[in-house]
Design a protein. Structure first.
Length: 624
Protein backbone atom coordinates (compact mmCIF):
# COMPACT_ATOMS: atom_id res chain seq x y z
CA UNK A 1 0.00 0.00 0.00
CA UNK A 2 1.29 3.47 -0.92
CA UNK A 3 0.08 6.58 0.91
CA UNK A 4 1.05 10.02 -0.41
CA UNK A 5 0.20 13.13 1.59
CA UNK A 6 1.39 16.26 3.31
CA UNK A 7 -0.73 16.45 6.47
CA UNK A 8 -1.93 14.38 9.41
CA UNK A 9 -4.40 12.32 7.37
CA UNK A 10 -1.52 10.57 5.58
CA UNK A 11 0.04 9.45 8.86
CA UNK A 12 -3.26 8.31 10.32
CA UNK A 13 -4.11 6.42 7.15
CA UNK A 14 -0.73 4.68 7.19
CA UNK A 15 -1.22 3.75 10.85
CA UNK A 16 -4.69 2.44 10.05
CA UNK A 17 -3.40 0.22 7.25
CA UNK A 18 -0.58 -1.13 9.40
CA UNK A 19 -2.35 -1.58 12.71
CA UNK A 20 -5.82 -2.65 11.59
CA UNK A 21 -5.27 -4.36 8.24
CA UNK A 22 -1.70 -5.56 8.78
CA UNK A 23 -0.50 -4.15 5.45
CA UNK A 24 2.98 -3.10 4.39
CA UNK A 25 2.91 0.63 3.75
CA UNK A 26 5.13 3.00 1.81
CA UNK A 27 4.55 6.57 2.99
CA UNK A 28 5.48 9.38 0.58
CA UNK A 29 5.78 12.69 2.42
CA UNK A 30 7.49 16.05 1.87
CA UNK A 31 11.07 16.50 2.96
CA UNK A 32 11.86 16.70 6.66
CA UNK A 33 11.79 20.48 6.69
CA UNK A 34 8.20 20.56 5.40
CA UNK A 35 6.80 17.46 7.04
CA UNK A 36 4.00 17.86 9.55
CA UNK A 37 4.28 16.21 12.94
CA UNK A 38 2.87 12.72 13.03
CA UNK A 39 -0.37 12.53 15.05
CA UNK A 40 -0.30 10.73 18.36
CA UNK A 41 -2.21 7.47 17.95
CA UNK A 42 -2.62 4.75 20.53
CA UNK A 43 -0.64 6.22 23.42
CA UNK A 44 -1.66 5.67 27.03
CA UNK A 45 -4.34 8.15 28.10
CA UNK A 46 -3.59 10.77 30.76
CA UNK A 47 -6.32 11.30 33.32
CA UNK A 48 -5.31 14.05 35.72
CA UNK A 49 -6.09 17.69 35.11
CA UNK A 50 -2.49 18.63 35.90
CA UNK A 51 -1.44 17.15 32.57
CA UNK A 52 -3.53 19.69 30.69
CA UNK A 53 -0.92 22.43 30.98
CA UNK A 54 1.73 20.07 29.66
CA UNK A 55 -0.35 19.20 26.60
CA UNK A 56 -1.26 22.83 26.02
CA UNK A 57 2.40 23.80 26.07
CA UNK A 58 3.31 20.97 23.75
CA UNK A 59 0.61 21.97 21.27
CA UNK A 60 1.53 25.63 21.42
CA UNK A 61 5.18 24.89 20.73
CA UNK A 62 4.50 22.62 17.76
CA UNK A 63 5.94 24.09 14.56
CA UNK A 64 5.26 21.29 12.13
CA UNK A 65 8.94 20.57 11.41
CA UNK A 66 10.69 17.30 11.77
CA UNK A 67 9.22 13.87 11.44
CA UNK A 68 8.91 10.70 13.43
CA UNK A 69 10.94 7.61 12.72
CA UNK A 70 9.29 5.11 10.38
CA UNK A 71 7.07 2.60 12.15
CA UNK A 72 7.68 -1.15 11.75
CA UNK A 73 6.35 -2.30 8.39
CA UNK A 74 6.51 1.23 6.98
CA UNK A 75 8.88 2.65 4.39
CA UNK A 76 9.17 6.42 4.10
CA UNK A 77 10.03 8.19 0.85
CA UNK A 78 10.71 11.94 1.04
CA UNK A 79 9.85 14.00 -2.02
CA UNK A 80 9.07 17.66 -2.55
CA UNK A 81 6.71 16.80 -5.44
CA UNK A 82 4.92 13.65 -6.51
CA UNK A 83 6.46 12.76 -9.89
CA UNK A 84 6.74 9.67 -12.05
CA UNK A 85 10.22 8.99 -10.63
CA UNK A 86 8.94 9.28 -7.06
CA UNK A 87 6.06 6.89 -7.75
CA UNK A 88 8.50 4.47 -9.33
CA UNK A 89 10.74 4.62 -6.26
CA UNK A 90 7.72 3.93 -4.04
CA UNK A 91 6.96 0.80 -6.10
CA UNK A 92 3.73 1.86 -7.77
CA UNK A 93 4.20 -0.80 -10.49
CA UNK A 94 3.82 -3.62 -7.96
CA UNK A 95 1.55 -1.96 -5.40
CA UNK A 96 -2.02 -3.07 -4.72
CA UNK A 97 -3.43 0.37 -3.87
CA UNK A 98 -2.40 4.03 -3.86
CA UNK A 99 -3.94 6.76 -1.72
CA UNK A 100 -3.37 10.39 -2.73
CA UNK A 101 -4.37 12.57 0.22
CA UNK A 102 -2.55 15.82 -0.47
CA UNK A 103 -4.40 18.95 0.55
CA UNK A 104 -4.35 20.22 -3.05
CA UNK A 105 -6.85 18.73 -5.52
CA UNK A 106 -4.68 19.44 -8.56
CA UNK A 107 -1.71 17.58 -7.05
CA UNK A 108 -3.84 14.51 -6.36
CA UNK A 109 -5.36 14.50 -9.86
CA UNK A 110 -2.01 14.86 -11.61
CA UNK A 111 -0.49 12.04 -9.55
CA UNK A 112 -3.53 9.80 -10.12
CA UNK A 113 -3.29 10.18 -13.89
CA UNK A 114 0.40 9.30 -13.78
CA UNK A 115 -0.14 6.31 -11.50
CA UNK A 116 -2.97 4.94 -13.65
CA UNK A 117 -0.67 5.02 -16.67
CA UNK A 118 2.16 3.27 -14.79
CA UNK A 119 -0.09 0.57 -13.30
CA UNK A 120 -3.56 0.17 -14.88
CA UNK A 121 -4.60 -2.44 -12.27
CA UNK A 122 -3.85 -0.20 -9.31
CA UNK A 123 -6.61 0.65 -6.85
CA UNK A 124 -6.75 4.43 -6.50
CA UNK A 125 -8.15 6.44 -3.61
CA UNK A 126 -8.19 10.22 -4.08
CA UNK A 127 -8.89 12.98 -1.64
CA UNK A 128 -10.75 15.73 -3.49
CA UNK A 129 -12.66 18.65 -2.04
CA UNK A 130 -14.49 19.41 -5.32
CA UNK A 131 -17.19 16.72 -5.36
CA UNK A 132 -18.43 17.34 -8.91
CA UNK A 133 -14.93 17.23 -10.32
CA UNK A 134 -14.31 14.08 -8.30
CA UNK A 135 -17.15 12.25 -10.02
CA UNK A 136 -15.74 13.05 -13.46
CA UNK A 137 -12.20 12.08 -12.45
CA UNK A 138 -13.45 8.78 -11.01
CA UNK A 139 -15.21 7.91 -14.28
CA UNK A 140 -12.18 8.95 -16.34
CA UNK A 141 -9.72 6.83 -14.34
CA UNK A 142 -12.02 3.80 -14.36
CA UNK A 143 -12.40 4.11 -18.14
CA UNK A 144 -8.62 4.38 -18.55
CA UNK A 145 -8.15 1.21 -16.49
CA UNK A 146 -10.77 -0.60 -18.55
CA UNK A 147 -9.11 0.33 -21.83
CA UNK A 148 -5.65 -0.63 -20.57
CA UNK A 149 -6.89 -4.03 -19.34
CA UNK A 150 -8.74 -4.77 -22.59
CA UNK A 151 -12.23 -4.90 -21.05
CA UNK A 152 -15.28 -2.82 -21.72
CA UNK A 153 -16.00 0.49 -20.01
CA UNK A 154 -16.89 0.02 -16.35
CA UNK A 155 -15.59 -3.58 -16.32
CA UNK A 156 -12.01 -3.04 -15.29
CA UNK A 157 -12.46 -5.16 -12.21
CA UNK A 158 -12.37 -4.46 -8.51
CA UNK A 159 -8.57 -4.28 -8.24
CA UNK A 160 -8.49 -1.29 -10.60
CA UNK A 161 -11.32 0.61 -8.96
CA UNK A 162 -11.12 4.33 -8.31
CA UNK A 163 -12.67 5.90 -5.22
CA UNK A 164 -12.89 9.65 -4.63
CA UNK A 165 -13.44 10.68 -1.02
CA UNK A 166 -13.44 13.91 0.93
CA UNK A 167 -12.33 14.10 4.54
CA UNK A 168 -14.52 17.18 4.92
CA UNK A 169 -17.65 15.35 3.72
CA UNK A 170 -16.84 12.34 5.90
CA UNK A 171 -16.39 14.36 9.09
CA UNK A 172 -18.97 17.15 8.58
CA UNK A 173 -22.12 15.14 9.53
CA UNK A 174 -20.48 13.89 12.73
CA UNK A 175 -19.26 17.35 13.75
CA UNK A 176 -22.62 18.96 13.01
CA UNK A 177 -24.57 16.28 14.86
CA UNK A 178 -22.31 16.41 17.90
CA UNK A 179 -23.13 20.08 18.45
CA UNK A 180 -26.87 19.39 18.61
CA UNK A 181 -28.28 17.47 21.54
CA UNK A 182 -30.77 14.88 20.34
CA UNK A 183 -29.80 15.26 16.70
CA UNK A 184 -29.25 11.97 14.91
CA UNK A 185 -25.96 10.92 13.41
CA UNK A 186 -26.44 10.59 9.68
CA UNK A 187 -24.43 9.02 6.90
CA UNK A 188 -25.65 10.09 3.47
CA UNK A 189 -24.10 9.08 0.17
CA UNK A 190 -25.77 9.09 -3.24
CA UNK A 191 -29.28 8.93 -1.78
CA UNK A 192 -28.56 6.34 0.92
CA UNK A 193 -29.46 7.70 4.35
CA UNK A 194 -28.39 5.87 7.50
CA UNK A 195 -29.78 7.51 10.61
CA UNK A 196 -28.61 6.63 14.10
CA UNK A 197 -29.65 8.28 17.34
CA UNK A 198 -28.03 8.36 20.78
CA UNK A 199 -30.42 7.44 23.59
CA UNK A 200 -30.06 7.78 27.32
CA UNK A 201 -30.65 4.82 29.67
CA UNK A 202 -34.36 4.14 30.28
CA UNK A 203 -35.83 5.20 33.59
CA UNK A 204 -37.23 2.63 36.03
CA UNK A 205 -40.41 1.18 34.60
CA UNK A 206 -39.66 2.35 31.06
CA UNK A 207 -38.97 0.00 28.16
CA UNK A 208 -36.21 1.09 25.81
CA UNK A 209 -37.05 1.19 22.11
CA UNK A 210 -34.37 -0.88 20.35
CA UNK A 211 -35.12 0.64 16.93
CA UNK A 212 -34.07 -1.49 13.99
CA UNK A 213 -30.95 -2.66 15.85
CA UNK A 214 -28.54 -1.52 18.54
CA UNK A 215 -25.30 -0.28 17.03
CA UNK A 216 -23.36 0.50 20.21
CA UNK A 217 -23.38 0.75 23.98
CA UNK A 218 -21.98 4.02 25.28
CA UNK A 219 -19.31 4.20 27.97
CA UNK A 220 -20.34 3.12 31.42
CA UNK A 221 -18.49 6.21 32.68
CA UNK A 222 -20.33 8.69 30.49
CA UNK A 223 -21.70 10.45 33.59
CA UNK A 224 -18.40 10.29 35.52
CA UNK A 225 -16.08 13.28 35.10
CA UNK A 226 -13.07 10.99 35.48
CA UNK A 227 -14.33 8.51 32.94
CA UNK A 228 -12.86 7.68 29.59
CA UNK A 229 -15.62 8.97 27.37
CA UNK A 230 -14.21 10.77 24.41
CA UNK A 231 -11.26 8.42 24.03
CA UNK A 232 -10.65 5.29 22.04
CA UNK A 233 -10.31 3.19 25.16
CA UNK A 234 -11.50 -0.39 25.15
CA UNK A 235 -12.72 -2.69 27.84
CA UNK A 236 -15.98 -2.99 29.70
CA UNK A 237 -15.98 0.67 30.73
CA UNK A 238 -15.50 2.00 27.22
CA UNK A 239 -17.99 2.02 24.34
CA UNK A 240 -18.97 -1.38 22.93
CA UNK A 241 -19.69 -1.46 19.21
CA UNK A 242 -22.20 -3.91 17.70
CA UNK A 243 -23.16 -5.72 20.95
CA UNK A 244 -25.30 -8.86 20.95
CA UNK A 245 -28.73 -9.08 22.57
CA UNK A 246 -27.37 -10.52 25.80
CA UNK A 247 -24.92 -7.64 26.18
CA UNK A 248 -27.65 -5.08 25.51
CA UNK A 249 -29.97 -6.71 28.04
CA UNK A 250 -27.29 -6.81 30.75
CA UNK A 251 -26.00 -3.27 30.15
CA UNK A 252 -28.18 -1.42 32.65
CA UNK A 253 -27.59 2.29 33.08
CA UNK A 254 -25.71 2.71 29.80
CA UNK A 255 -26.82 4.80 26.88
CA UNK A 256 -27.16 3.27 23.44
CA UNK A 257 -26.78 4.22 19.77
CA UNK A 258 -29.56 2.62 17.75
CA UNK A 259 -30.39 2.50 14.07
CA UNK A 260 -33.72 4.27 14.19
CA UNK A 261 -34.57 4.93 10.59
CA UNK A 262 -33.26 3.96 7.19
CA UNK A 263 -34.74 5.58 4.11
CA UNK A 264 -34.05 6.71 0.58
CA UNK A 265 -33.59 10.36 -0.11
CA UNK A 266 -32.98 12.12 -3.38
CA UNK A 267 -30.48 14.92 -3.79
CA UNK A 268 -31.06 17.63 -1.22
CA UNK A 269 -31.96 21.09 -2.35
CA UNK A 270 -29.50 23.87 -1.64
CA UNK A 271 -30.26 25.55 1.66
CA UNK A 272 -29.72 28.99 0.25
CA UNK A 273 -29.87 30.64 -3.13
CA UNK A 274 -28.01 33.61 -4.44
CA UNK A 275 -29.71 36.46 -6.24
CA UNK A 276 -32.85 38.28 -5.09
CA UNK A 277 -33.28 38.26 -1.30
CA UNK A 278 -36.68 37.23 0.11
CA UNK A 279 -39.34 39.95 0.33
CA UNK A 280 -39.50 39.78 4.13
CA UNK A 281 -35.78 40.65 4.35
CA UNK A 282 -36.18 43.83 2.25
CA UNK A 283 -37.93 45.77 5.02
CA UNK A 284 -37.37 45.91 8.75
CA UNK A 285 -40.00 44.70 11.18
CA UNK A 286 -40.91 48.24 12.25
CA UNK A 287 -41.28 49.41 8.67
CA UNK A 288 -43.49 46.44 7.79
CA UNK A 289 -45.79 47.30 10.71
CA UNK A 290 -45.92 50.93 9.55
CA UNK A 291 -46.93 49.89 6.05
CA UNK A 292 -49.56 47.53 7.46
CA UNK A 293 -51.00 50.32 9.59
CA UNK A 294 -51.25 52.69 6.65
CA UNK A 295 -52.98 50.05 4.53
CA UNK A 296 -55.45 49.57 7.34
CA UNK A 297 -56.12 53.31 7.44
CA UNK A 298 -56.80 53.39 3.70
CA UNK A 299 -59.25 50.52 3.97
CA UNK A 300 -60.98 52.17 6.93
CA UNK A 301 -61.33 55.45 5.03
CA UNK A 302 -62.70 53.63 1.98
CA UNK A 303 -65.31 51.86 4.11
CA UNK A 304 -66.26 55.13 5.81
CA UNK A 305 -66.71 56.88 2.43
CA UNK A 306 -68.81 53.99 1.20
CA UNK A 307 -71.10 54.35 4.23
CA UNK A 308 -71.29 58.17 4.25
CA UNK A 309 -71.67 58.78 0.49
CA UNK A 310 -73.32 55.49 -0.44
CA UNK A 311 -70.68 54.75 -3.07
CA UNK A 312 -69.70 51.40 -4.56
CA UNK A 313 -66.78 49.78 -2.66
CA UNK A 314 -64.42 49.95 -5.65
CA UNK A 315 -65.39 53.56 -6.43
CA UNK A 316 -65.02 54.51 -2.77
CA UNK A 317 -61.53 53.00 -2.66
CA UNK A 318 -60.61 54.79 -5.88
CA UNK A 319 -61.79 58.18 -4.58
CA UNK A 320 -59.97 57.59 -1.27
CA UNK A 321 -56.72 56.97 -3.08
CA UNK A 322 -57.22 60.13 -5.17
CA UNK A 323 -57.72 62.12 -1.98
CA UNK A 324 -54.77 60.36 -0.40
CA UNK A 325 -52.38 61.46 -3.12
CA UNK A 326 -53.98 64.91 -3.48
CA UNK A 327 -55.23 64.30 -7.02
CA UNK A 328 -58.98 64.87 -6.59
CA UNK A 329 -60.74 68.25 -6.49
CA UNK A 330 -61.69 69.69 -3.07
CA UNK A 331 -65.16 68.62 -1.91
CA UNK A 332 -66.58 72.17 -1.50
CA UNK A 333 -70.23 71.31 -2.04
CA UNK A 334 -70.15 67.82 -0.56
CA UNK A 335 -71.51 66.80 2.81
CA UNK A 336 -69.65 67.46 6.05
CA UNK A 337 -68.75 63.79 6.40
CA UNK A 338 -67.23 63.71 2.93
CA UNK A 339 -65.18 66.82 3.67
CA UNK A 340 -63.86 65.32 6.93
CA UNK A 341 -62.91 62.12 5.13
CA UNK A 342 -61.05 64.10 2.50
CA UNK A 343 -59.07 65.92 5.18
CA UNK A 344 -58.23 62.62 6.90
CA UNK A 345 -57.17 61.13 3.58
CA UNK A 346 -54.83 64.05 2.96
CA UNK A 347 -53.32 63.62 6.44
CA UNK A 348 -52.74 59.91 5.87
CA UNK A 349 -51.18 60.77 2.53
CA UNK A 350 -48.70 63.07 4.29
CA UNK A 351 -47.81 60.20 6.66
CA UNK A 352 -47.47 57.78 3.76
CA UNK A 353 -44.81 59.75 1.89
CA UNK A 354 -41.97 59.34 4.47
CA UNK A 355 -42.86 55.67 4.96
CA UNK A 356 -42.67 55.03 1.22
CA UNK A 357 -39.35 56.90 1.05
CA UNK A 358 -37.97 54.80 3.94
CA UNK A 359 -39.13 51.60 2.24
CA UNK A 360 -37.38 52.54 -1.01
CA UNK A 361 -34.14 53.47 0.76
CA UNK A 362 -34.19 50.34 2.89
CA UNK A 363 -34.88 48.09 -0.09
CA UNK A 364 -32.02 49.68 -2.03
CA UNK A 365 -29.72 49.16 0.95
CA UNK A 366 -30.77 45.53 1.21
CA UNK A 367 -30.02 44.86 -2.44
CA UNK A 368 -26.71 46.68 -2.13
CA UNK A 369 -25.65 44.63 0.90
CA UNK A 370 -26.96 41.31 -0.43
CA UNK A 371 -23.43 40.41 -1.51
CA UNK A 372 -21.91 41.59 1.77
CA UNK A 373 -21.49 39.64 4.99
CA UNK A 374 -24.36 39.88 7.43
CA UNK A 375 -23.95 40.86 11.06
CA UNK A 376 -25.58 38.88 13.89
CA UNK A 377 -29.08 40.26 14.58
CA UNK A 378 -29.67 41.90 17.93
CA UNK A 379 -32.20 39.42 19.26
CA UNK A 380 -30.42 36.28 18.05
CA UNK A 381 -30.29 33.39 20.53
CA UNK A 382 -30.12 29.60 20.65
CA UNK A 383 -27.74 29.53 17.68
CA UNK A 384 -24.49 27.66 17.01
CA UNK A 385 -21.23 29.62 16.94
CA UNK A 386 -18.91 28.13 14.31
CA UNK A 387 -15.21 29.01 14.47
CA UNK A 388 -13.30 28.64 11.20
CA UNK A 389 -14.53 28.65 7.61
CA UNK A 390 -11.91 26.46 5.96
CA UNK A 391 -12.68 23.21 4.18
CA UNK A 392 -14.15 21.51 7.25
CA UNK A 393 -15.97 24.55 8.60
CA UNK A 394 -17.60 25.22 5.23
CA UNK A 395 -18.96 21.67 4.97
CA UNK A 396 -20.25 21.81 8.56
CA UNK A 397 -21.90 25.17 7.91
CA UNK A 398 -23.72 23.75 4.88
CA UNK A 399 -24.90 20.75 6.89
CA UNK A 400 -26.17 22.92 9.75
CA UNK A 401 -28.12 25.14 7.36
CA UNK A 402 -29.64 22.06 5.70
CA UNK A 403 -30.93 21.21 9.18
CA UNK A 404 -32.27 24.81 9.50
CA UNK A 405 -30.03 25.50 12.50
CA UNK A 406 -29.20 29.20 13.07
CA UNK A 407 -25.45 29.76 12.82
CA UNK A 408 -23.03 32.63 13.45
CA UNK A 409 -19.55 32.16 11.98
CA UNK A 410 -16.26 33.60 13.21
CA UNK A 411 -13.36 33.81 10.77
CA UNK A 412 -10.05 35.68 10.97
CA UNK A 413 -9.11 35.43 7.28
CA UNK A 414 -11.10 37.83 5.05
CA UNK A 415 -10.16 35.65 2.04
CA UNK A 416 -11.32 32.32 3.54
CA UNK A 417 -13.01 29.98 1.08
CA UNK A 418 -16.08 29.60 3.28
CA UNK A 419 -17.03 33.27 3.22
CA UNK A 420 -18.65 32.89 -0.20
CA UNK A 421 -20.78 30.04 1.13
CA UNK A 422 -21.76 32.07 4.18
CA UNK A 423 -22.71 35.00 1.95
CA UNK A 424 -24.81 32.74 -0.30
CA UNK A 425 -26.59 31.18 2.68
CA UNK A 426 -27.00 34.63 4.30
CA UNK A 427 -25.32 33.47 7.48
CA UNK A 428 -24.00 36.17 9.87
CA UNK A 429 -20.18 36.32 10.02
CA UNK A 430 -17.88 38.06 12.49
CA UNK A 431 -14.47 38.83 11.00
CA UNK A 432 -11.73 38.81 13.61
CA UNK A 433 -9.32 36.74 15.63
CA UNK A 434 -11.30 34.60 18.04
CA UNK A 435 -8.56 34.96 20.65
CA UNK A 436 -9.08 38.74 20.72
CA UNK A 437 -11.43 40.23 23.28
CA UNK A 438 -14.89 41.10 22.00
CA UNK A 439 -14.98 38.76 18.99
CA UNK A 440 -16.98 35.99 20.66
CA UNK A 441 -19.19 38.59 22.30
CA UNK A 442 -19.98 39.97 18.83
CA UNK A 443 -21.06 36.42 17.86
CA UNK A 444 -23.56 36.45 20.79
CA UNK A 445 -21.76 33.60 22.57
CA UNK A 446 -23.62 34.37 25.80
CA UNK A 447 -26.93 33.46 24.10
CA UNK A 448 -25.62 30.59 21.93
CA UNK A 449 -26.60 26.95 22.39
CA UNK A 450 -23.31 25.40 21.21
CA UNK A 451 -19.77 26.23 20.12
CA UNK A 452 -18.03 24.41 17.25
CA UNK A 453 -14.30 25.20 17.32
CA UNK A 454 -13.04 23.93 13.94
CA UNK A 455 -9.94 25.99 13.23
CA UNK A 456 -6.72 24.18 12.28
CA UNK A 457 -4.92 25.25 15.47
CA UNK A 458 -5.48 23.16 18.60
CA UNK A 459 -4.57 25.95 20.99
CA UNK A 460 -6.90 28.41 19.27
CA UNK A 461 -9.80 25.98 19.59
CA UNK A 462 -8.93 25.32 23.23
CA UNK A 463 -8.56 29.01 24.11
CA UNK A 464 -11.88 29.88 22.48
CA UNK A 465 -13.62 26.98 24.27
CA UNK A 466 -12.23 27.93 27.68
CA UNK A 467 -13.24 31.57 27.22
CA UNK A 468 -16.71 30.59 26.02
CA UNK A 469 -17.15 28.35 29.06
CA UNK A 470 -16.15 31.25 31.33
CA UNK A 471 -18.92 33.33 29.75
CA UNK A 472 -21.48 30.53 29.79
CA UNK A 473 -20.59 27.45 31.87
CA UNK A 474 -23.39 25.26 30.48
CA UNK A 475 -22.46 25.83 26.81
CA UNK A 476 -22.13 22.73 24.62
CA UNK A 477 -18.61 22.65 23.20
CA UNK A 478 -17.18 20.59 20.33
CA UNK A 479 -13.45 20.92 19.68
CA UNK A 480 -11.49 19.86 16.65
CA UNK A 481 -8.23 18.56 18.15
CA UNK A 482 -5.34 16.93 16.36
CA UNK A 483 -3.80 14.51 18.90
CA UNK A 484 -5.69 11.79 20.76
CA UNK A 485 -3.75 12.29 24.01
CA UNK A 486 -4.23 16.03 23.91
CA UNK A 487 -7.94 15.62 23.11
CA UNK A 488 -8.45 13.16 25.98
CA UNK A 489 -6.69 15.40 28.50
CA UNK A 490 -8.67 18.45 27.41
CA UNK A 491 -11.92 16.51 27.40
CA UNK A 492 -11.50 15.09 30.90
CA UNK A 493 -10.45 18.41 32.37
CA UNK A 494 -13.35 20.32 30.81
CA UNK A 495 -15.83 17.69 31.94
CA UNK A 496 -14.42 17.69 35.47
CA UNK A 497 -14.66 21.49 35.62
CA UNK A 498 -18.13 21.63 34.02
CA UNK A 499 -19.83 18.26 34.69
CA UNK A 500 -23.27 19.52 33.66
CA UNK A 501 -22.18 20.71 30.21
CA UNK A 502 -21.64 18.63 27.09
CA UNK A 503 -18.04 18.47 25.85
CA UNK A 504 -16.81 16.53 22.82
CA UNK A 505 -13.44 16.43 21.04
CA UNK A 506 -13.16 15.29 17.45
CA UNK A 507 -10.31 14.83 14.97
CA UNK A 508 -11.14 15.14 11.28
CA UNK A 509 -8.30 12.85 10.21
CA UNK A 510 -9.36 10.31 12.85
CA UNK A 511 -12.92 10.28 11.48
CA UNK A 512 -11.80 10.12 7.84
CA UNK A 513 -8.91 7.63 7.99
CA UNK A 514 -11.08 4.47 8.39
CA UNK A 515 -13.09 5.33 5.27
CA UNK A 516 -9.93 5.92 3.21
CA UNK A 517 -8.34 2.71 4.50
CA UNK A 518 -11.44 0.66 3.72
CA UNK A 519 -11.54 2.07 0.18
CA UNK A 520 -7.88 1.09 -0.29
CA UNK A 521 -8.81 -2.48 0.58
CA UNK A 522 -11.04 -2.49 -2.49
CA UNK A 523 -14.52 -1.90 -1.12
CA UNK A 524 -16.72 1.14 -1.19
CA UNK A 525 -17.18 2.59 2.30
CA UNK A 526 -20.61 4.25 2.54
CA UNK A 527 -19.70 6.34 5.56
CA UNK A 528 -18.79 6.38 9.22
CA UNK A 529 -20.59 7.21 12.45
CA UNK A 530 -18.53 8.25 15.50
CA UNK A 531 -19.29 6.60 18.82
CA UNK A 532 -17.47 8.76 21.34
CA UNK A 533 -13.93 8.65 19.86
CA UNK A 534 -14.34 5.32 18.11
CA UNK A 535 -15.76 4.86 14.61
CA UNK A 536 -18.43 2.53 13.23
CA UNK A 537 -18.17 1.96 9.48
CA UNK A 538 -20.88 1.20 6.93
CA UNK A 539 -19.92 -0.68 3.77
CA UNK A 540 -21.55 -2.56 0.91
CA UNK A 541 -19.87 -5.80 -0.18
CA UNK A 542 -20.57 -8.89 -2.23
CA UNK A 543 -21.13 -12.03 -0.18
CA UNK A 544 -19.28 -14.27 -2.63
CA UNK A 545 -15.72 -15.10 -1.56
CA UNK A 546 -16.33 -14.34 2.12
CA UNK A 547 -16.74 -17.59 4.13
CA UNK A 548 -17.87 -15.59 7.15
CA UNK A 549 -21.01 -14.63 5.19
CA UNK A 550 -21.56 -17.02 2.29
CA UNK A 551 -23.95 -19.87 3.03
CA UNK A 552 -24.80 -18.54 6.49
CA UNK A 553 -28.04 -17.06 7.75
CA UNK A 554 -28.22 -13.41 8.72
CA UNK A 555 -28.26 -14.45 12.37
CA UNK A 556 -25.25 -16.74 11.98
CA UNK A 557 -23.31 -14.12 10.01
CA UNK A 558 -23.58 -11.61 12.87
CA UNK A 559 -20.40 -11.39 14.94
CA UNK A 560 -20.67 -9.24 18.04
CA UNK A 561 -18.09 -6.48 18.17
CA UNK A 562 -17.04 -7.06 14.55
CA UNK A 563 -19.82 -6.79 11.92
CA UNK A 564 -23.56 -7.01 11.44
CA UNK A 565 -25.60 -7.36 8.24
CA UNK A 566 -28.15 -4.55 7.98
CA UNK A 567 -29.71 -4.81 4.52
CA UNK A 568 -29.76 -6.71 1.25
CA UNK A 569 -29.35 -4.89 -2.06
CA UNK A 570 -31.79 -6.43 -4.54
CA UNK A 571 -31.09 -3.92 -7.33
CA UNK A 572 -29.38 -5.34 -10.46
CA UNK A 573 -25.62 -5.26 -10.25
CA UNK A 574 -24.06 -2.55 -12.36
CA UNK A 575 -20.94 -3.02 -14.50
CA UNK A 576 -17.70 -2.87 -12.60
CA UNK A 577 -19.36 -3.65 -9.30
CA UNK A 578 -20.61 -0.12 -8.76
CA UNK A 579 -23.20 0.40 -6.08
CA UNK A 580 -26.75 0.47 -7.36
CA UNK A 581 -29.48 2.83 -6.27
CA UNK A 582 -30.37 2.76 -2.60
CA UNK A 583 -34.06 2.21 -3.43
CA UNK A 584 -33.33 -1.52 -3.97
CA UNK A 585 -32.31 -2.11 -0.37
CA UNK A 586 -34.32 -4.49 1.85
CA UNK A 587 -33.86 -3.66 5.54
CA UNK A 588 -36.18 -6.09 7.34
CA UNK A 589 -34.18 -9.25 6.64
CA UNK A 590 -35.28 -12.22 8.80
CA UNK A 591 -32.50 -13.85 10.85
CA UNK A 592 -33.13 -17.10 8.95
CA UNK A 593 -32.38 -15.63 5.50
CA UNK A 594 -29.44 -17.50 3.93
CA UNK A 595 -26.86 -15.26 2.26
CA UNK A 596 -25.93 -16.47 -1.22
CA UNK A 597 -22.77 -15.90 -3.23
CA UNK A 598 -24.51 -13.45 -5.57
CA UNK A 599 -25.99 -11.29 -2.79
CA UNK A 600 -24.77 -7.80 -1.98
CA UNK A 601 -25.28 -6.62 1.58
CA UNK A 602 -24.92 -3.40 3.55
CA UNK A 603 -23.27 -4.02 6.89
CA UNK A 604 -22.04 -2.11 9.90
CA UNK A 605 -18.58 -3.05 11.09
CA UNK A 606 -15.83 -1.99 13.42
CA UNK A 607 -12.48 -1.14 11.92
CA UNK A 608 -10.89 -4.44 12.94
CA UNK A 609 -13.99 -6.36 11.95
CA UNK A 610 -13.95 -4.84 8.48
CA UNK A 611 -10.22 -5.53 8.25
CA UNK A 612 -10.83 -9.21 8.95
CA UNK A 613 -13.84 -9.46 6.68
CA UNK A 614 -12.26 -7.63 3.75
CA UNK A 615 -8.69 -8.85 4.27
CA UNK A 616 -6.72 -9.54 1.14
CA UNK A 617 -6.27 -13.11 -0.05
CA UNK A 618 -3.22 -15.01 1.13
CA UNK A 619 -2.06 -15.34 -2.46
CA UNK A 620 -2.00 -11.55 -2.71
CA UNK A 621 0.05 -11.29 0.46
CA UNK A 622 2.61 -13.79 -0.86
CA UNK A 623 2.76 -12.09 -4.26
CA UNK A 624 1.21 -15.05 -6.13
Amino acid sequence: MIVCGDDGLAHRLAAELRGVYGEQVTLVVPSSGRRVRQPVVGRARAASAALLDRFVSAAAGRTGTGGAEPAPGEQVVEAAEITEAVLGEAGVDRAAALALVYDDDETNIRAALTARRLNPRLRLVLRLYNRRLGQHIEELLDQAAAVASGTGPGQAGLDASTTVLSDADTAAPALAATALVGTSKVVQTEGLVLRAVERQPPRPGEVADPGLCTLALLSATSNDPAGADGSEGSGEQGPRLLPDEAAVASATGRGTVVLEQVSYSGPSLPSGRGGVPPLASLFSRRLRWSLAGLVGCVLALAVALMVVAGQHPLYATYVTLLDLFGINDPAYHASTGRQILQLLSGLVGLLLLPVLLAAVLEALGTFRSASALRKPPRGLGGHVVLLGLGKIGTRVLTRLRELHIPVVCVESDPEARGLATARRLRVPVVLGDVTQEGVLEAAKIHRASALLALTSADTTNLEASLYARSVRPDLRVVLRLYDDDFATAVYRTLRAAHPSALTRSRSVSHLAAPAFAGAMMGRQILGAIPVERRVLLFAEIEVGGHPQLEGRTVGEAFRAGAWRVLALNTAPSTPGGERAAASGLVWDLPPTYVLGAGDRVVLAATRRGLAELLGRRRRERTGA
